[in-house]
Design a protein around this ligand. Structure first.
Ligand code: SAH
Length: 213
């Protein structure tokens, strides 16, 4: 048991940030130190974003936890992530959807895709496919998905990607300017309807590509 991680988990519980048992179990199972640069391993459970090279970061644990919970994941789901980075978020998703689920994660910087592949192999995660491409356009080939998660800041609610989401599915994305964003959760309802919620303020690195900054 990692004391710093357990400290974080009890803080999430006290503040009502994360109480979903599946999410907490995934945090215990996937070791964040495998996804941060080795010289920062000691800070793996500090509640801060850490640099992973190429100007990008692995998000802070509280943000990753809140987003993972907001996705309301179930075993066997197919999930698309935009912004692989270190691969840590993808590893948590994989852990929750289990062996029958599939995670597709897109990364626009090839070196980070390579890094994430190495990290995921070390963590013995098998059902994650890393795609080196502009994820702002989604990945139509493997659509539809049960869930779509953006881990880079999008200038607009990425509505074009709703076409790649199943009915009843959830799309989660930080939306706003380069200086700050709102976490927007969109539920795709029947008959072309949708419901949007604002889950609070965050700061992410920018989304690039066709629908990015
Ligand atoms: N989820 C990551 C952190 C993401 S940081 C983790 O758990 O470590 C955001 C990532 O999005 C960066 O690696 C950046 O290169 C990537 N990115 C930005 N625009 C993108 C795009 N259009 N398609 C795919 N990846 C993109």
């Amino acid at each position: 048991m990692d004391k710093k991680l357990e400290g974080l988990i009890s803080y999430w519980h006290r503040r009502g940030i994360v109480r979903d048992k599946k999410v907490l179990e995934a945090f215990r199972e996937v070791r964040r130190e495998l996804f941060v640069p080795s010289n920062l391993a000691e800070d793996a459970y500090a509640d801060v974003a850490l640099p992973i090279g190429y100007g990008q970061t692995i998000s802070q644990p509280s943000t990753v936890a809140a987003m993972t919970q907001a996705l309301v994941l179930k075993a066997g789901m197919r999930v698309l992530e935009i912004g692989t980075g270190s691969g840590y978020q993808a590893a948590l998703l994989s852990c929750i959807v289990g062996p029958r689920g599939r995670i597709f994660t897109t990364e626009i910087i090839p070196e980070l895709a390579t890094l994430a592949r190495k990290n995921l192999a070390q963590a013995k995660i098998k059902n994650v496919r890393i795609l080196e491409l502009d994820g702002s356009e989604g990945y139509a080939k493997e659509a539809p998905f049960d869930r779509i998660i953006f881990t880079a800041a999008s200038p607009e609610v990425p509505l074009p990607l709703l076409a790649q989401l199943k009915e009843g599915g959830i799309l989660l994305a930080p939306v706003g300017s380069l200086l700050g964003q709102h976490m927007i959760r969109v539920r795709k309802l029947s008959g072309g309807k949708r419901q949007e919620e604002n889950l609070g303020e965050y700061i992410f690195v920018p989304l690039r590509g066709k629908w990015g900054f």
